[in-house]
Design a protein around this ligand. Structure first.
Ligand SMILES: *Cc1c(COP(=O)(O)O)cnc(C)c1O
Ligand code: SF4
Length: 348
């Protein structure tokens, strides 16, 4: 891990720069802080011309660019249609207002019983463990989320944890965000300890994209608190295309698995990224090679700025029907939509 991270840093530093030796503990954080956050640099690194840059700068003004090096390294040079790049490259189209597309499509603002909590479904409560993400996905339904109002202090967390303690119907705590693994291990260990002290909680679920975009995140410090908890562990990764899964991601999955996690994946069906039977089948096959089972295939949430990713429901159903003809049943993701006010995700 050290070797790979160091190589990465040396490549992005100017020649002759003093590269401080990395410790295992700081390596993912260093990678996080050095993620590409400038549309000009993103276009230059991937060999995209001025026309793409103009669009990237317009989109960036609405929702900033953020791409870690380890993810960027899996993209093809000079290919604006690269399925990984398309997920993170801002476009001018993001500035268009499209009927039906809104800032908070899931109406989450109405379901916050305490700071950092979202409780919509029976038995499960979602905790916003970190407002930050390691990567900014252009289609993200939280791109306009008021994170400033939802970044609780420890005292506020204690009050939110009281809410969980007082509700014996809750069996599962879901760490979400942002990306929960963008929080420090110290913070996550603290939160997990508090959660496992609540007797009616059985499961800890983590929804994260960090093991995909910075696989070094799955380091010994993380595995320490994660493996130690009495709670049953589920990690739901977020991968949309087979090419996101390189050997470093396979290795990160193996470490999570060895620590006792059940690994699942959720994807979003995205125009120009994975909107073909071939792409979806390859994704399922590749996930299983990494010991991950497909869980959900979400249709796009109608968030302002993401309309260009939309795939119509009828086409989505046909794609999944096509997928059923080529894959074993256990590699078929469930096609769902999230409808505000419903008691679960809604199958299409
Ligand atoms: C998606 C979601 C969950 C988890 O739903 P599952 O169907 O159990 O995966 C829980 N809470 C909220 C608020 C969600 O959006
Ligand atoms: S919450 Fe998930 S989909 Fe949204 S930007 Fe973060 S990593 Fe991407």
């Amino acid at each position: 891990m050290i070797t790979r991270s160091s190589a990465l840093l040396q490549r992005t530093d100017p020649p002759g720069a003093d590269v401080a030796p990395l410790t295992l503990e700081s390596s993912w954080q260093t990678q996080l802080s050095r993620a590409v956050r400038d549309p000009r640099e993103l276009c230059r690194r991937l060999g995209l011309d001025e026309a793409w840059l103009l669009g990237a700068e317009r989109g960036h003004a609405l929702f900033e660019v953020r791409v870690p090096e380890a993810f960027l390294a899996r993209m093809r040079y000079a290919d604006p249609q690269d399925p990984l790049l398309r997920q993170v490259l801002p476009l001018a189209a993001e500035g268009e207002s499209v009927p039906g597309y809104v800032a908070d499509p899931l109406a989450e603002a109405e379901h916050t019983p305490g700071p950092g909590l979202i409780h919509k479904y029976a038995g499960r409560v979602l905790l916003i463990a970190s407002p930050a993400c390691a990567v900014n996905c252009r289609y993200c339904f939280r791109r306009h989320f008021p994170y400033d109002d939802n970044s609780p202090s420890r005292a506020q967390w204690e009050r939110s944890l009281d809410t969980l303690r007082e509700d014996p119907s809750l069996h599962e705590a879901i760490l979400s965000g942002g990306d929960p693994l963008a929080a420090s291990d110290r913070q996550l260990a603290w939160l997990t300890e508090r959660l496992e002290a609540i007797p009616h909680l059985k499961r800890l679920r983590i929804h994260t994209r960090l093991p995909v975009v910075i696989p070094d995140r799955v380091d010994d410090a993380l595995l320490g608190w994660f493996a130690a908890t009495r709670l049953q562990k589920v990690v739901v990764l977020h991968i949309n295309h087979a090419r996101e899964i390189d050997q470093s991601v396979v290795d990160a999955c193996a470490r999570l698995k060895a620590a006792g996690a059940t690994l699942l994946n959720q994807s979003v069906l995205l125009r120009g990224v994975n909107d073909s039977v071939e792409a979806l089948a390859e994704l399922s096959e590749r996930l299983f090679e990494a010991d991950v089972l497909p869980y959900y295939l979400h249709v796009l949430d109608p968030v302002t700025g993401a309309a260009h990713f939309d795939v119509a429901d009828e086409e989505a159903r046909e794609l999944v029907a096509g997928l059923r003809e080529v894959l074993p049943g256990f590699l078929l993701p469930r096609l769902v939509r999230e409808i505000p006010g419903e008691a679960s995700k809604t199958p299409l």
